[in-house]
Design a protein around this ligand. Sequence first.
Ligand code: 6GU
Length: 251
Amino acid sequence: MRFDIVTLFPEMLRGPFAASIVSRAVDRGIAEIELHDLRQWGHGKHRKVDDAPFGGGAGMVMQPEPLFAAVESIPGQAEARTVLLTPQGRLLTQAVVDELAAVPHLLLLCGHYEGVDERVREHLADDEISIGDYVLSGGEPAAIVLVDAIVRRLPGALGSEASLDEESHTGGLLEYPQYTRPAEYRGWPIPDILLSGHHKDVQTWRRRQSLLRTARRRPDLLRAALASDGAVSDADRRWLEEELETKLEEL
Ligand code: 6GU
């Protein structure tokens, strides 16, 4: 999969992409990431890329020309999905990540200042993504998040594909608690069940911990899982109602 990223701050992205899963995926040829410094297409001696808003008001707005010129310089851009990173975009979820992971060529535009000229949204971007309901100074941290989330879904990017299987298996529930050695630390033991060697019982315990944790911390996610066919069995439902002393309909 190919990523082209247009940014005013390429240095913000280099470090994160040079580490861990993303860098390994690049080394393996699974992902290709190219950074494009928007300044290159800025106007005049100062390589200007922004100007005051028509109609007045505070802050600066990114001008259309440098962004259009940057995108139009990128080979294959006409076939790529061009995504503007902006707090006004659709919220990034795992479903959106998986949708974008199926696109062979993504072109990410990192917004800045008070915003981007509306003609960029209308005539250059195919899609707009936000990574959450808070405001960042620019789209770069969002580009790091988006690339990481996509790359780890690409075949061969993770050491073992089992990790991904397990994730999809848990179907929108939070993860169960994990423990490793030592079995007792500062007097805090791990749950006995994990030392029992009864694989089936361990699986049941983990499944229930997932359900319980999701019910308590993210009832919104549990409601979605309950509504999706086959994600939560009748046995799971009965156990959870008992444990919570609540009818699941009341969650
Ligand atoms: Cl993509 N950009 C900015 N500037 N702020 C954000 C965001 C993006 N997603 C959440 N907040």
